[in-house]
Design a protein around this ligand. Structure first.
Ligand code: 1CP
Length: 321
């Protein structure tokens, strides 16, 4: 999940006056921002500071990450000619990511670094819509109306994503997370037909390297299919209790999640009860990575995050004693 984010004053300080994409291309800044939550909260893993659109920008798409909005694409991709603007990437196109990961692995010592990328559907949505979308209407228009173009676009995105993740794995990340944040907008049938083959291509391309986490928002109907895509760990948002998610995901996979990010705004006794509930429900799985059900919201009090991390450490130590 996005963890550095806007909740930390030290993050806002180092980012002041530096545009988001530029920050992602400066290895020293990437390393500093990635380390901030580890230093402050003592979390068990660091998540690389980057964004899912970084490799797409490296592939030649003119885009920006606009404060308060998110990724905005100057000329959306809607025709076969538009697709020509999205070229393949090589490791040299994202050398700053290689450099940042190497700096971080050296600095982090025993703390694992989680790399990540966006999955083809979620990336395609930004490229086709031109920016964030509530309905994904233009994306689905292409999916249903021009299925050949849709599959060509997703196949190209899958290659870009796989190369981006291979660079991170080669540089030393301990796990990767594939974010299909907006796949929950699809029915299971459409997911299987239009999306699953492309996400499978990415995840299978990393088989035998590092553990693979696969996450989306509002994906109760897709948990089984998302597990089939080849992940070792399936992320679950806060809408589905983990003990209900486990039978949907099926055997042999661990779960990640799933505290509601808004629960962090509750009085402490409520936060504590929610954390304990998630931990208890997570015991239904063969393995559980505690996390929020989606990214940390900017208004979150960093002290509450710190208390949550301490509580999880205490409670998991007690349950293993
Ligand atoms: O903690 C971290 O900073 C980790 C790095 C990280 C990650 C894992 C960022 C930095 N972005 C992401 C992933 C990401 N980016 C996802 C997948 C995870 C999720 O579902 O949240 C998505 C969908 C994006 C796209 C994106 N980038 C959005 C969402 C827009 C929408 O459609 O609703 C936004 C707001 C951004 C900008 C962004 N990326 C990251 C940060 C810290 C920010 C905020 C901008 C800033 O601080 O200037």
């Amino acid at each position: 999940m996005r963890q550095a984010g806007r909740s930390l004053p030290e993050y806002r300080k180092v980012r002041a006056g530096i545009p988001m994409l530029e920050s992602c291309r400066r290895p020293d800044l990437v390393a500093e921002i990635t380390l901030q939550p580890v230093r402050r909260h003592g979390v068990d893993a660091a998540i690389l500071f980057s964004d899912i659109v970084v490799p797409v920008a490296a592939a030649g798409v003119d885009l920006d990450i606009v404060p308060g909005t998110g990724p905005v694409v100057a000329d959306p991709i809607r025709t076969p000619e538009d697709l020509d603007r999205l070229r393949a990437i090589t490791a040299a196109d994202v050398s700053y990511v290689d450099e940042a990961v190497r700096l971080l692995v050296a600095e982090l010592g025993g703390t694992p670094l989680i790399g990540f990328a966006g999955a083809p559907f979620t990336l395609a949505s930004y490229l086709v819509e031109g920016g964030p979308s509530r309905t994904h209407a233009k994306t689905k228009t292409m999916m249903y109306g021009q299925p050949e173009l849709w599959h060509a676009l997703c196949a190209r995105l899958a290659e870009i994503t796989l190369e981006f993740l291979r660079v991170q794995v080669a540089a030393g990340v301990s796990a990767v997370q594939l974010f299909d944040s907006w796949a929950g907008a699809l029915s299971e049938a459409d997911y299987r037909r239009y999306v699953l083959p492309h996400s499978t291509y990415v995840l299978n391309g990393l088989a035998g390297t590092v553990p693979r986490i696969h996450f989306g928002v509002g994906t109760a109907q897709l948990l089984g299919a998302m597990g089939e895509a080849g992940a070792d760990v399936v992320g679950v948002d806060w809408r589905t209790p983990l003990d209900a998610a486990v039978p949907l995901i099926g055997p042999g996979r661990s779960v990640q999640g799933n505290l509601d990010p808004c629960a962090l705004f509750a009085p402490w006794p409520v936060v504590e009860a929610e954390v304990r509930r998630v931990l208890a429900e997570g015991r239904a799985a063969s393995g559980h990575i505690f996390n929020l059900g989606h990214g940390v919201l900017p208004e979150t009090d960093p002290d509450v995050l710190g208390r949550v991390v301490d509580l999880i450490h205490e409670a998991s130590a007690a349950s293993q004693a």
